[in-house]
Each structure stands twice: as structure tokens, then as C-alpha cells.
Design a protein around this ligand. Sequence first.
Ligand code: PLP
Length: 432
Amino acid sequence: MQLYSTNNQDNIVDLKEAVLQSLPKDKGLYMPTHIPKLSNEFFENIEDYSFADIAFEVAKSLIGDYIEVGALRGIIDRAINFPAPVVMHDEAVGTLELFHGPSLAFKDFGARFMAELISHFIKREEKHVTILVATSGDTGGAVAAGFYNTPGIEVIILYPKGKVSDLQEKQLTTLGNNITALEIEGTFDDCQAIVKEAFLDPQLTEKYNLSSANSINIARLIPQSFYYFEAYKQIKKRGKKTVFSVPSGNFGNLTAGLLAKKMGLPIDHFIAATNINNIVPKYLETGIYKPKPSVATISNAMDVGSPSNFTRLLALYDNDYEALKSDVSGFYISDHVDKIVMKDIYDQYSYVADPHGAIGYAAIKEFQKKNDDYIGIYLETAHPAKFLDVVNDVLPVKAKVPARLQAVADKEKVAHLLKPEFKGVKDWLMKR
Ligand SMILES: *Cc1c(COP(=O)(O)O)cnc(C)c1O
């Protein structure tokens, strides 16, 4: 498998380099040079495949013989070992639940696959890799769980003090062993800036083999395409046109869906659903892309003012705005409406949706006003118990906290408190 940088088509690397390097030096994003189509036979017989079988077929067609098939099958079986069920609310609307992994968010798919892949790449070299990652909430938990106890890999997570939920913080700070949490007395942007500077620092890169696990890493994108195929398998027998609605922030999830479509998945339309951080819906409406500072909302995993995967979205469509627009519609709502929608879903279907998924649902309802011949599937990107404050405030019932989240909540936090300055973080890293 070969990948090019979106800033320079001639900058071509193999999968190992793309994964370990994360970002090309020219600051573009890695994309596959060739996007294969899966066979008609695969789609005709997809009901006979397990989720892991599907993931293996998709990965094999993308990665080719770059990883030996037996090893690839092992990577898939260990990474994709929890389900992605479609739960229909009625004949026309359903949700794809992506929260059945260890950290209860869809980011588990990306994090686990990436951990397996890096582990595979470094195994023979006895190399040691340090993953440095900034999180505003869900990424840290998924990366911590995904890389926990992976030999040869150490993870250092920077998170903004007081700006992630209690449960999210516990997911980052209670595992220990090869997972270290740095609590930064600043904002997410400070954490992000420190990480970026660390990657450019000669002394740090000399001491550590640094790699990044944020959503621009191609190893996170690839496995996120698997569950679109898995969802299709579950709704195929209904024989209707389908729209997927994707609650979005950095747009990795939506890009993965469009990648699946490019690989031949028969999905008719997608919706880019956001909160008031509506850069991409506005772009789809006007053709003008205008990043702006992010605004805090109750769907905080989507509070992104400059979506990092936007370049990839465009690259999939050869920068053709009209072509992108014919496959993807934009939609956005305020917190006020989001709460009403969460309540509406509960009242109608007795289903507890989280504040991110509810935006996806609202988008489908709007879309179906003009397109009543479609089945709509919205992605439940995280378990509602991860957003207890909002859910318990809006709904007449309390969200059930799954046992594995409760277990984490009861453990003791261990984090190193540091100032939001690169120098202090660097000193700390150099002294270890
Ligand atoms: C990360 C996240 C999103 C946004 O996903 P992108 O791929 O960045 O668009 C949406 N919902 C939840 C719960 C998340 O954790």
C-alpha cells in the first residue's frame, strides 16, 4: 500500500512510514494512491460474513500484500473484536451503535487498529515508540485503552485541566503502566500546540521515537470504514436507498464513510451533521471554506473550528465541490435544539441518545422531509453515559453507566500537573 501527501502527489511513502510519521513533512495528509473497489460477489454475499471477516476483506483490498494475510487477519481479529449493531427505531430510521468498545466511543476502532499496526511494524526491530497525543476528551480514552500494555509502545496524553468530563479524565489517568497523563493548566489548543512543538524539537525527537495518534493518522481512518460495510450488511435486506448521518468534528468518521463508498459500498447519500461549529455545512451551502475559533457546546467532541480531515474530504473528490455536494449534505443545530431532539428520541422510542448522536438523528429527520424513500442511519458515536450531566439533565431517566465505565470511575487518578508551556513539558520529558 502506498500513500501520497495531499500537498504533493509526488511525496509517496509506504504504510509503515505513513503510520509512524503520521503527518508528512510538507504538512499535507496521507491518502492512498489507489482506492480499490470490492467485488460484486462480496456485496452479494455480505450477509455471510462476520464483522471481522468484512473488516479483513476491506483491509486486505486496501493494504494488499504489504502485510502478510495471516498477520493482517490477526491484527483485525484482535482490534475489531466488539460489535457495531444497527438498532432500528422504526422502518425509516435507525442508529449504528459505535460505542461497544473499551472506551465507549467510535474512536476505539481507530485506536485499537493503530496499536496493532504499530506493534506489528516494530516487532522485528525491537524498536520503541512513544505516542504523544493531545485530547479534548474522547481521543485520550480510546488511545489509552487501545495501547494499554502494548509491548514497545508508551503513550503520553496531554489534556486540559478541568475541561474534560470526570469520566473522561478517569479513562486517561487510571490505567498506569505504559500510559502517562499530563494535566495541563490551559486549554485543548495549548495541549495541541505543545504536542506540535514537541514533534519539531531536535532533542526530544533524538531521545524519543515520537509518533502521533490523533485523527490525522491514516491508521485511524482505515478501520473507521469497516463499520459502514457492517451496517450495510444489516440493512441490505430492506432493499431501500440509504443515507448515513455522521455527527462530525474533525471529519475523520465521515471521510471513512466516503472512502467506503468509493470502494463500492452502495450507500446513496451522507450527511455532515454538526453543532454550531458548522464550518463544513457552511462550506457545502456556499462553497466557501472559512475556519473559525471553536465554540463550546454540549456535543463537545465536535467542537472543532478547523476540521483536520477537510483536506482529505476534498482529496477524495479531486477537489470537485459539485461532486462532493452531490454525495454529502450539510446540517447543523444549536445546543437548545439538540436537547429537544434528545428528548424527542426518548419520548418516541424510549432510546437514550447522546448529544452527538442526537444531532445525526435530527439531520435524518430533516433530510427525509424531502426524501421519504430513504432509510436513514445515524451514527451513535459515543455511549450516552459518557455525557452524564447533559443526559441526566435533559431526560426524565438517568443514563445507565456500563460496568466498565463505572470500574474506571472508582479508580484513583494519577496525572502530572504542568503549566501550559512547551518548555516545562519538554524539561519533564527530558528528565525521565
Ligand atoms: C471524536 C468524536 C466525534 C467527531 O468525530 P470526527 O471523526 O472527528 O468527525 C463525534 N462524536 C464523538 C462522541 C466523538 O468522540
